[in-house]
Each structure stands twice: as structure tokens, then as C-alpha cells.
Write a protein that binds this ligand. Structure first.
Ligand SMILES: [Zn+2]
Length: 194
């Protein structure tokens, strides 16, 4: 009985990701924003924004170097609660990286407001940055997306996105690290200062 209710709750989350966009008030999102750092990179020897070599670690090694929330999504294929990511509404210019290994995944100019409750992108930063696998869990046919460098679970891709790709990469914000584009930051500062 307990198992059935857990499955039902999980399916509800999955279905809300899958279903058509829902709107929420900006206030709700603001309240749920978290400023927590996802990984302590000092304790993560594989973390790099430039190293493209594949990362293969044992689960117990991942457990040691990732925070519990990143581990849960990246290694146990968990799903964060919708509307909880600080990136869901973010329009900042820059690059999104894998929080488990630092691999560049998405550029902010391919991010769009899907209204589904998770950060959404229409295209990965490069062909090799993401790998794909069929996912038939919870009675659904979906395509799982993983980090091309460390195989961290990121989320799923759906075929109801905007042009030019028509794809919607529905990504757990917990497994994303964001770095502002330096150029954009400079322009903003110049504008602010007159
Ligand atoms: Zn990774």
C-alpha cells in the first residue's frame, strides 16, 4: 500500500512535467527560490568546465563528492519538486553546467519559459554534451537526458518545444550550475553606471 502511494505521488510529479504548461504566480516562485550551492567543488576532484574526458566513478565515490540533493537527482535519477529551482524563471545571460562534473550543457539563449515548473531549454550547447536513453518507467515512454561527460541524470526531452528544434529539455535545476557571461555582466555594469 505504501509503495502504491509513493508511485502515485512520483507519477503525479512526472505527469506534471509531461503535461501542458501551467502558470503560477511569480510570488510563489520567489518564495521557493533557494540560494544553496549545489556542490562543494573543492571536494569534487572531477569537477571541470574545460576537461572533456569522460568521468566514470563508483556510486560510493559519487556519494562522497556530491551533495545529497545532487546525488539524488544525478545518480539515483530523482526528480526535484516543480517550481523549486532558482533557475526556473532566471533570464540571466550565461552558461549552465553539470553540477556533478562541470560539463557545459546549455546556453542561456536556448532557455525558454515552458511553464512546466522545471528549467527548460530547446537545444544543448553541443551534440556531445548530452546523451540520451529510452525511459519506460511510470508507464510512460520518455527520453531521458544525461550529462555527456559523467552520465548524471539531468531530466527528459520532449517534442513539444519551440522552434528551431521543437524540443523541450526539461531539466532538474539541482543538477545545474550557472555562470554569468562576463561580457553581459560588463555591459550591465556600464549601463548601471551611466
Ligand atoms: Zn556531468
Amino acid at each position: 500500500m505504501k509503495w502504491i502511494s509513493i508511485t502515485a505521488i512520483a507519477t503525479t510529479f512526472m505527469m506534471s512535467c509531461y503535461s501542458q504548461p501551467k502558470q503560477t504566480s511569480p510570488l510563489t516562485v520567489t518564495v521557493q527560490q533557494k540560494e544553496t550551492m549545489h556542490t562543494d567543488k573543492k571536494d569534487n576532484p572531477v569537477y571541470s568546465n574545460t576537461d572533456t574526458s569522460k568521468v566514470v566513478l563508483k556510486e560510493e565515490e559519487w556519494k562522497k563528492i556530491l551533495s545529497p540533493e545532487v546525488y539524488y537527482i544525478a545518480r539515483e535519477k530523482g526528480t526535484e519538486r516543480p517550481w523549486t529551482s532558482k533557475f526556473e524563471n532566471s533570464k540571466e545571460v550565461g552558461t549552465y553546467y553539470c553540477a556533478a562534473c562541470g560539463n557545459p550543457l546549455f546556453k542561456s539563449d536556448t532557455k525558454f519559459e515552458s511553464g512546466c515548473g522545471w528549467p527548460s531549454f530547446y537545444e544543448p550547447i553541443s551534440k556531445g554534451s548530452i546523451i540520451y536513453a529510452p525511459d519506460h518507467s511510470y508507464g510512460m515512454d520518455r527520453t531521458e537526458v544525461m550529462c555527456g561527460r559523467c552520465k548524471a541524470h539531468l531530466g527528459h526531452v520532449f517534442e513539444d518545444g519551440p522552434p528551431p528544434t521543437g524540443l523541450r529539455y526539461c531539466i532538474n535545476g539541482v543538477v545545474l550550475d550557472f555562470q554569468k557571461a562576463k561580457e553581459a555582466e560588463k555591459k550591465y555594469e556600464e549601463k548601471k553606471n551611466g
